[in-house]
Design a protein around this ligand. Structure first.
Ligand SMILES: Cc1ncc(COP(=O)(O)O)c(C=O)c1O
Length: 465
């Protein structure tokens, strides 16, 4: 038997280590459509409980909107259920092409290409547009999917401190000799909830002849006066070279994503982006739904205006109740609790009563870690900051996203270091009790003292500062 007892034992050990470290994830089963009020079975087998859902990214409440459902039904009737092939082999449906046109119009870009998800868009875009002579400079807190895309690309990678424009400029100067430069950021950072300073970034990119890519997954549909995204909020519509975004959050929440931006860059993706070339595109029923969502959002800003009011109301209420919040004005509102046990217990108390907020992810909080706090989005989500570690997670060898790691100048930020520690722990390679001062610390010291090959750009394997 290929799957021997020894093999089983290894996995059972790893899973047990996850449980012991407090990072074993359990799913809730939702027995109702996605909405602000849902019925949840948790733990599995428990009676259904009515709760307020604060975990989803259903920012605009469109996931179960009757008009979107009706459009999806019509899409199903007229275009069928599935495509049964990738686009470049079999062709595409008219509605896919129509959606690309409508997204281009909505975002104010030159062209758009659909991907099965934004994760796929981010995984495919860099490899399609860059070569080993180019440099990718990313904010240190970008989403995991951007990190994976960066790892898949042969270009050199460097980072700048989160939202630090002076540091970004120093990096742009440092890499002035590269053929092409691209600066990479989230539009709204999914854990910290702050918006990138894309106007300043555009100015720096113009000054230093660099391109800019913004992942606007947590902005498209509701950030900016008419919900176009971070580029609208910052007054730089038409100046972002690449926008990647998802249809799996505010835009109906089903699935799908896209790369939108300069015509040539989008065309390069059509020719070379592997998730586009080798994976089925979005199902017709979803395309029909997203088309309706864009129609709704183009007709009125009512929903994003209400979200803005809700956000302000929630921020004010929480502050008045004595909670410490991270500053910002997006619907992602981090609530700082500063204590691991409190972070874990706090949401559990909520879920004990009926019709109370559903909170997520305290279980994912690694044992022995400081609690950075939680965040809450009005009507959508309340979550631990520990997701930052999850976001920075890098799949192990053999995963499709780690097949060809990029040449990185930095092997990690402090968070990534902690994540590596976490991975060691999961793989049973380190004792959770010792952490950085234990064997990990020794390993790090040993690595530091190891001689480096001449010409390596990254001193101690950390970021060049
Ligand atoms: C910033 C960001 N980019 C990309 C994604 C991935 O989106 P999708 O679900 O379409 O793959 C997410 C999802 O959480 C995200 O937060």
């Amino acid at each position: 038997m290929a799957y021997s007892e020894k093999t089983r034992g290894i996995y059972q050990g790893q899973l047990k280590a996850l449980e012991e470290a407090g990072i074993f994830k359990l799913e809730r089963y939702i027995h109702s459509p996605q909405a602000a009020d849902i019925e949840v079975e948790f733990p599995a087998g428990s009676p259904l409980k009515k709760v307020i859902n604060m975990c989803s990214n259903n920012y605009l409440g469109l996931s179960s909107h009757p008009d979107v459902l009706e459009a999806a039904r019509e899409g199903l009737e007229t275009r069928g259920y599935g495509m049964s092939s990738v686009r470049f082999i079999c062709g595409t449906q008219d509605i896919h092409h129509e959606l690309e046109r409508r997204v281009t119009e909505f975002l104010g870009t030159e062209d758009t290409l659909l991907f099965p998800s934004c994760m796929d868009a981010n995984a495919g875009v860099f490899e399609a547009i860059l070569t080993k002579d180019d440099i990718m400079i990313s904010d240190r807190l970008v989403h995991a999917s951007l990190i994976d895309g960066i790892r898949l690309c042969g270009a050199i990678h460097d980072t700048y401190k989160h939202s630090d424009m002076a540091h970004l400029e120093s990096k742009l100067r440092l890499h002035a000799d590269k053929r092409l430069k691209i600066v990479i950021t989230d539009g709204v950072f999914s854990m910290d909830g702050d918006a990138a300073r894309v106007d300043e970034m555009v100015a720096l990119c113009e000054k230093h002849d660099a391109m800019i890519l913004v992942d606007d997954s947590h902005a498209t549909g509701f950030i900016g006066k008419t919900g176009r995204g971070t580029h609208e909020k910052c007054g730089v519509m038409g100046k972002i070279d690449v926008i990647t975004t998802t249809f799996g959050k505010a835009l109906g929440g089903a699935s799908g994503g896209c790369v939108s931006g300069r015509r040539e860059l989008v065309e390069m993706c059509r020719q070379r982006a592997r998730p586009y070339l080798f994976s089925n595109t979005i199902a017709p029923v979803v395309v029909a739904g997203v088309l309706k969502v864009l129609e709704i959002l183009s007709a009125t800003t009512e929903r994003r205006d209400k979200l803005e009011r809700n956000t302000a109301y929630w921020r004010k209420g929480l502050s008045e109740a004595g909670f410490i919040l991270k500053e910002g004005d997006t619907p992602i509102v981090p609530v700082m609790l500063f204590n691991a046990k409190l972070s874990k217990d706090f949401p559990e108390r909520f879920t004990m009563t009926a019709s109370t907020p559903l909170v997520s992810s305290s279980r994912s909080f690694p044992k022995g870690r400081p609690a950075y706090g939680r965040r809450y989005r009005p009507g959508t989500r309340f979550i631990t900051w520990t997701k930052r570690w999850m976001r920075l997670s890098r799949p192990g060898k053999g995963s499709r996203y780690s097949a060809r790691p990029s040449r990185r100048l930095s092997t990690g930020t402090a968070c990534e270091g902690r994540h590596r520690a976490d991975r060691r722990l999961r793989e049973g390679r380190d004792d959770p009790g010792h952490g950085r001062r234990g064997r990990l610390g020794e390993n790090r010291r040993a690595r530091r003292e190891r001689p480096r090959p001449a010409g390596r750009l990254s001193g101690r394997g950390r970021d060049l500062e």
